[in-house]
Design a protein. Sequence first.
Length: 144
Amino acid sequence: MKISLGADHGGFQLKEFLKRRLSEEGHDILDRGTFDPSPVDYPDIAFRVAQDVFQGSTGILVCGTGIGMCNAASRMEGMIAALCTNEYMARMARLHNDANVLCLGARVIGDELALSVTRVFLETPSLNDEKYVRRREKVARGCQ
């Protein structure tokens, strides 16, 4: 699977861990930064990942809490970002919400749990049941 992976300085170390482990599992990783722990603006990284998601990649964004990245990604057209702290949230984000970007908080979740959450997110399909599709369409329209 092609995965676009990005993090700000707060998520740099977790990004590096996920990059290594997901690469070992055979995933094609597009590393969109940051490339060291120096301070950066998280929206710039989220935008780079969004460009890959528009082209069919799955996105993973990491910052200190995951909140900033999730907010930034959610503001970009076509991005359905989900901040997940456990496997159940990751499964529901995919099944019910068709999320295409997983957001993680490096200061909230440990490396191994983050990897487990990521695996569940990547392995779970989206449900195309009528009620979920209807709800997703309402969200896309702005609930008008």
